[in-house]
Design a protein around this ligand. Structure first.
Ligand code: F6R
Length: 610
């Protein structure tokens, strides 16, 4: 996440940059900063907290400069603090940069630079870029940026300025957004069009690994080797609201499409070169993991469904007894646990009152606590012994989508890691699974790019007037069914029941009548044949079956009335793909019924009450 904006032109730009940040605030707001080039030196301003805090100190900065860069941060590496806020500078104070994304090899680069005598002032991955520029600068910022880019691994966009070339900004991207705004004698670079939409609507969208050099004279785009690249300017006709949503009609749809990047960010630096899982800084030692006798998972809502995936994964790979409960129930139980119990608390916001209370109850009962959360500095991080961060970026849609997927990935990584440490899963198996995991962001990206939405929208519109849906799944498919059903009920208000398919005959089957829609999670698994028998039982009662199945399953279209195919992966990883068509299905059903998708009634993004 993070939002970045830069300006070169003829007007004093302090306030222009600040207004740009305001439009990017949805991308993160734990700290912010601006750097202007003024009278041959940098004028720098940082503040911790949201943009109101930066605004309250903005007057400390003169508004005379016509070149500058600015950043609003969503912390990944290093807590929110003045030191970690961007822009970052080098040792000589001649270069300043802002960065969005993750520099995966920053530790190696930092070590290399420190040996050469560079000293660092922050804990961030981004600061290495300023020092790389300092090291390679030889009269051309463009060339120094190219040299830095070629040393960096990961996915990021960065924008650099130097007092040596006070009228120039250079920007480059790799798998994260960058847009250039073309005004009258003034130019903008930003993470999203919304940052400068009030100033210009003429834009170019550079590709990965292209160098964008912006001066008052214009914008030049080149390859790394200096060959000119032409991008025809486009005029965006989005309104400001749509621009913040990156052109998507809602935040939820945007966030569904951000899932490949969210997964890639969450995977970043968590797999070693030899294919094993490495979770440095977990806060729970390997000896503690070896001594564990029990795991207890507590969470609420969608996070509880991610926890259920964790139950299957931990049992299979770490061979530990796993108990899971919704936090609001757990907190009032009298659980039996001790020092060899690990309590995993999952909360995207890190502030859910019930989850915090459940953590405290587990702690009082003697357990070690590991929190999985998306928010650096949130309350769960303060109260847990250890933390595993998801890196989904800020989620604005009330219905959780990308945070769910990254929680699922986090529990899978944790389970594999614990299996590795406890020697309960063969290392070859770990390697095979991490190899699959590495490819899942790309698979999901191709899946979303292949345009499944049109078909899903058609089916959702056809069924949206039904007043009841039954969702079924078995084994690792069950949490996917539960999550799909929750998504539908919370944004479309259609009552749903979600059940373990084998349990359906013990009651819920009575709800079915001719034409009742039944959504079945039928991705490939060792219980697939059992699930097919359950599907026959619902079909015999006249139900219409909508299935999520793995590509290549030719029988699925015989079994079901409608099939949403997803790429086939190891069954334990299948929730990472299988839930996505169900998110889209819920989305389009709500849309067909004219509901407010991003702000469903009665719900809140952070539930800090009991
Ligand atoms: C559903 C949803 C909620 C949350 C639940 C827990 O889309 O978002 O069910 O999952 O309120 O919230 P966190 O994860 O913040 O503890």
């Amino acid at each position: 996440m993070c939002g970045i904006v830069g300006y070169v032109g003829g007007r004093p730009c302090r306030d222009i940059l600040f207004r740009g940040l305001r439009k990017l605030e949805y991308r993160g707001y734990d700290s912010a900063g601006i750097s202007l080039i003024h009278k041959g030196r940098f004028d720098l301003l940082h503040s911790v907290g949201n943009l109101d805090r930066l605004e309250s100190v903005l007057h400390q900065m003169e508004n005379g400069s016509t070149v500058g860069i600015a950043h609003t941060r969503w912390a990944t590496h290093g807590r929110p603090s003045n030191e970690n806020a961007h822009p970052h500078t080098d040792c000589s104070g001649r270069f300043a940069i802002v960065l969005n994304g993750i520099v995966e090899n920053y530790l190696a680069l930092r070590a290399e630079l420190e040996v050469e005598g560079h000293s660092f002032t922050s804990e961030t991955d981004a600061e290495v870029v300023a020092h790389l520029l300092e090291r390679s600068y030889d009269g051309s910022l463009r060339e120094a940026v190219a040299a830095a880019f070629q040393r960096m691994e990961g996915h990021f966009t960065f924008v650099a300025v130097t007092i040596e070339e006070p009228e120039t900004i250079v920007a480059v991207r790799k798998e994260t957004p960058l847009v250039v705004g073309l005004g009258e004698g003034e130019y903008f670079v930003a993470s999203a069009v919304s940052a400068f939409l009030a100033e210009t609507r003429t834009v170019i969208f550079p590709d990965d690994a292209e160098l964008v050099v912006v001066t008052r004279g214009g914008v030049e785009v080149t390859t790394m080797d200096g060959l000119a690249v032409e991008h025809a300017p486009e005029v965006v006709d989005w309104d400001e609201d749509a621009a913040e949503k990156g052109g998507y009609e809602t935040f939820m749809l945007k966030e569904i499409h951000e899932q490949p990047v969210a997964l890639a960010d969450t995977l970043s630096q968590r797999m070693s070169r030899d294919g094993l899982v490495c979770l440095d800084g977990l806060g729970i030692t390997d000896d503690e993991i070896r001594a564990l006798q029990q795991v207890v998972i507590v969470a609420c809502g969608t996070s509880y469904h991610a926890g259920l995936v964790g139950k299957y994964a931990l049992e299979r790979w770490a061979r530990l007894p796993v108990e899971i409960d919704v936090a609001s129930e757990f907190r009032y139980r009298d659980p039996v646990m001790g020092p060899n119990t690990l309590c995993i608390a999952i909360s995207q916001s890190g502030e859910t009152a019930d989850t915090l209370a459940a953590m405290r109850a587990a702690r009082t009962a003697g357990a070690r606590i590991l929190a999985i959360t998306n928010i650096v500095g949130s309350q769960v991080t303060r109260e847990a012994h250890g933390v595993l961060f998801t890196r989904a970026g800020l989620e604005i849609g009330v219905a959780a989508t990308k945070t769910f997927l990254t929680q699922v990935l986090a529990v899978q990584l944790l389970s594999l890691y614990m299996g590795q440490v406890r020697e309960t899963v063969a290392l070859d198996k770990v390697r095979a699974l991490t190899d699959e995991l590495r490819h899942i962001p790309t698979l999901l990206n191709s899946y979303l790019d292949s345009g499944p939405a049109a078909d899903i929208e058609r089916v959702a519109a056809a069924y949206a007037k039904n007043r009841f849906f039954l969702y079924l799944g078995r084994n690792i498919g069950l949490p996917v069914a539960l999550e799909g059903a929750l998504k539908l009920k919370e944004i479309s208000y259609i009552p749903t029941e979600s059940y373990a398919a084998g349990e359906m005959k013990h009651g819920p089957i009575a709800l079915l009548e001719d034409g009742s829609p039944v959504v079945v999670v039928a991705t490939d698994s060792h219980v697939y044949d059992k699930l097919v028998s359950n599907v026959q039982e619902v079909k015999a009662r006249g139900a219409h079956v909508i299935a999520v199945a793995s590509e290549g399953n030719v029988g699925a279209s015989v079994m079901a009335d409608e099939v949403f195919y997803v790429p086939a992966v190891d069954e334990m990883l299948s929730p990472l793909l299988g839930v996505v068509p169900l998110q889209l299905f819920a989305y389009y059903a709500a849309k067909a019924n004219g509901e407010s998708v991003d702000q469903p009634r009665n719900l809140a993004k952070t539930v800090t009450v009991e």
